[in-house]
Design a protein around this ligand. Structure first.
Ligand code: SF4
Length: 429
């Protein structure tokens, strides 16, 4: 009987990429791969540590698996495994706690475990780019890792501590990976990394890499997803007009107050951010800009906060992920005084969320009457769902094929819920 390996992934797309690659490797080794811990021989929790809440969620997944009777091999990996390695080893003495640098070697670790070999976790070679292109994944889009780590040291962020210094994957490996996954049948490729705009491999910078990707003589669409707003050059703006590149970027703003941005040690001003969004909307008036905003950063005044509220109205974001500032030990912001109370953070977060909900609805309503090419990722008995070029969920009341692109006419929008879906009819199959 096949051995069963379960996965649970928290956090960002980079973690999702790494889980997908591991899952695909396990399929290749003859394992059955599932998305929970039930009846599994191995359960891998790919954790996140970006906020206190991420730590809590990661621990909850581990505890939940153990409380539900998981008695197989337990592997805790990801950023929390780097950040809290010793604590986790004490708390879960039977678990393997595997840092990000060794994560790619988890299949070897599991095989060794079942062959009763003793493999010290930290001696596994692994490597942050040693993931084979994944054929069997949990996703309809193929995520491609181009970069890892970050040298920015924003004052609130623990990620440089757990992901290390910025490193870039060689161009030829990235292009080869893309060729292979398109051959596996993927229609969309998503670029991932911690700080992808800092990509630099030998003479190739980020724009140079994107140019080589879109020049591949293959039929696919490219999603750039999350990028820091500080390093756009003219060449990149030009590239964004390319038909293979989807008109959506997740540009983390964090705050619209110049003084808070300075205290966060972000590498841009709000003025530059706004100019960037304006240029994106010159390329395409519907360009989808989504963002993250932190409320309640130390010393954030009411007037600083109001500037973030105004930005949400002004910049017509397609989605805003609102975070209450979460103190991370070992960061510079953790030593700042004049902290904002939890109650006040909650108030600000609620107000920002309300504004963001309205902005999202206003943004999405503009698509009624327009066409979208939708990549179907969810099939239910009476409807199918997917995402169009602009990364907005689209629903159609018929059963379609998963992982296929359909041209659709947007006829309406669902008004209930946090994530209003566009309603569409298929115009071409
Ligand atoms: S750019 Fe700043 S927020 Fe983003 S990973 Fe680097 S240090 Fe963290």
């Amino acid at each position: 009987m096949k051995k069963k390996v379960g996965f649970k992934t928290l956090g960002c797309r980079l973690n999702q990429f790494e889980t997908d690659a591991l899952a695909s490797r396990f399929v290749g080794l003859g394992y059955e791969v599932v998305e929970d811990s039930k009846d599994t021989d191995v359960f891998v929790v790919n954790t996140c540590t970006v906020t206190n809440q991420s730590d809590q969620k990661s621990r909850y997944v581990v505890n939940n698996a153990l409380n539900s009777g998981h008695s197989g091999m337990l592997i805790i990996t990801g950023c929390m495994a780097n950040h809290h390695k010793e604590k986790l080893e004490q708390r879960y003495p039977n678990a393997y706690v595997v840092g990000n640098e060794q994560k790619s070697a988890i299949p070897q670790l599991v095989e060794a475990h079942f062959h009763k070999e003793i493999v010290p976790v930290n001696q596994n070679k692994g490597g942050v780019f040693s993931y084979a292109p994944a054929a069997d994944t949990f996703h309809t889009r193929s995520m491609i890792k181009i970069q890892d780590g970050c040298d920015n040291y924003c004052t609130f962020c623990i990620i440089p501590k757990v992901r290390g210094r910025a490193v870039s994957r060689p161009v030829n490996e990235i292009l080869k990976n893309i060729r292979l996954v398109i051959g596996f049948g993927y229609n969309e490729v998503v670029i991932t990394g911690v700080n992808i705009s800092r990509y630099k491999h030998e003479e190739t910078n980020f724009s140079g890499l994107i140019k080589q990707i879109v020049d591949l003589d293959l039929d696919f669409r490219l999603r750039i997803s999350s990028i820091e707003p500080d390093s756009f050059d003219d060449e990149f703006f030009e590239l964004l007009k390319h038909p293979k590149i989807t008109p959506h970027l997740h540009l983390c703003l964090q705050s619209a107050s110049e003084s808070v941005l300075l205290k966060m040690r972000r590498m841009y001003t709000y003025k530059l951010y706004k100019r960037t969004v304006d240029r994106l909307r010159e390329i395409d008036p519907l360009f989808n800009v989504t963002t993250d905003i932190i409320v309640g950063f130390p010393e954030e005044s009411e007037s600083d906060f109001q500037q973030s509220i105004e930005a949400v109205k002004d910049l017509r974001f397609g989605h805003v992920h609102t975070f209450k500032y979460s103190k991370r030990e070992d960061t510079r912001a953790a030593r700042m005084t004049n902290i904002v109370s939890e109650k006040e953070k909650t108030r600000r977060s609620e107000l920002l969320r309300q504004e963001a909900r309205q902005a999202k609805l206003n943004y999405r309503q503009q698509f009624i009457g327009k066409q979208q090419q939708v990549l179907i990722d969810t099939i239910k008995d009476d409807y199918s769902k997917g995402y169009g070029e602009y990364y907005i969920p689209v629903k159609v009341n018929e059963k379609l094929a998963k992982n296929r692109l359909y041209n659709m006419q947007i006829v309406d929008i669902e008004l209930n819920g946090e994530d209003p879906c566009l309603i569409a009819e298929v115009v071409a199959k």
